[in-house]
Write a protein of this length. Structure first.
Length: 305
């Protein structure tokens, strides 16, 4: 908790521009990380998905209206021939034509309102809890990102300071080696002193190479969080305040963490979701009551011709 308090203090100080004037500051790096880091983006996507579960659960408690309609058209035509005796002994064939055209239209509307469903209400309560849990998970991911970004940021600054110190030591030892070689040439020191100076120079060179590697490694870790490479980062100014933790008691911090820690809150809500799942399963043993109102239009047939 002390570390997180320090992180929030650093971000607050960064917002007040207490860093040096050039380069990106911690606030800029964090704002870039919150849009690029895959872990925080995953937590945000889960939070948005959990928000949709509440209106979906609430929709099962609202009236449900269904409607359907159809229209059928039937057409037929034909002819019929029969014999007709006009006069005795005179039979004449007569042909008649027939045509049928019929249209049938049907539609119905049904309104269904759920009066009581234990499972539906349990699902709604679970959706509310899942939404709160997703918010707590996102807050925990955001706090974790603050900590990871701060660590990566200050690791780069520490690697830069280490490299500068290694470079200064390398340059100083190189001058000492040069002086030792000149003093050996005039016979003022033994060859062993020159060898010692060369060994020190080799060690300084190795430390310089290691410092460059550490700077490249820490810079790459920062780039993984933000997606950008930074040529220069702002260093804390001399006037940056370092406020002590408030409250100063460890027991008070533990009590505060038990009440406000996002991961603990998420764990409690996860247990609550499990209890809601049990309630949903229990709801299968209760009858459901629905109110159904329907209206259907009878079939209409056009006159046949």
């Amino acid at each position: 908790m002390n570390t997180r308090f320090l992180v929030h203090t650093i971000l607050a100080v960064a917002s007040l521009a207490s860093f040096s004037a050039s380069g990106a500051d911690l606030k800029d790096v964090y704002e870039r990380a919150i849009t690029s880091d895959p872990l925080i983006r995953e937590a945000d996507a889960n939070r948005l998905a959990a928000r949709e579960s509440k209106p979906q659960a609430f929709a099962t408690l609202l009236p449900q209206i269904t409607a359907s309609a159809n229209q059928n058209e039937d057409e037929s035509e034909g002819s019929q021939t029969f014999l007709q005796e006009l006069t005795p002994g005179d039979v004449t064939p007569i042909t008649t034509q027939s045509e049928t055209d019929a249209t049938r239209k049907n539609w119905d509307v049904t309104l269904r309102q759920n009066i009581f469903s234990w499972a539906n209400w349990a699902v709604l309560r679970r959706a509310n809890t899942e939404g709160a849990q997703a918010e707590a998970d996102y807050l925990a991911a955001q706090q974790d990102l603050i900590l990871r970004t701060s660590e990566a940021y200050f690791n780069v600054l520490a690697a830069q300071d280490t490299l500068e110190a290694a470079q200064a030591a390398h340059d100083a030892i190189a001058r000492q080696l040069e002086q030792s070689e000149k003093r050996f040439e005039v016979g003022l020191i033994a060859v062993t002193d020159v060898q010692d100076a060369k060994a020190a120079s080799d060690s300084a060179t190795a430390a310089l190479i290691q410092g460059k590697r550490n700077l490249a490694t820490t810079g790459e870790r920062l780039r993984e969080l933000t997606g950008d490479a930074y040529d220069e980062l702002r260093k804390p100014g001399n006037d940056m305040p370092l406020a002590p933790p408030n409250p100063a008691s460890e027991e008070d911090w533990v009590k505060l963490a038990m009440q406000q820690n996002a991961r603990l809150i998420s764990s409690r809500l996860a247990a609550e979701v499990t209890r809601h799942n049990i309630g949903i399963e229990r709801g299968g043993h209760f009858p459901e009551v629905d109110l159904v109102v329907g209206h259907a239009r009878p079939t209409l047939c056009a006159p046949c011709r």
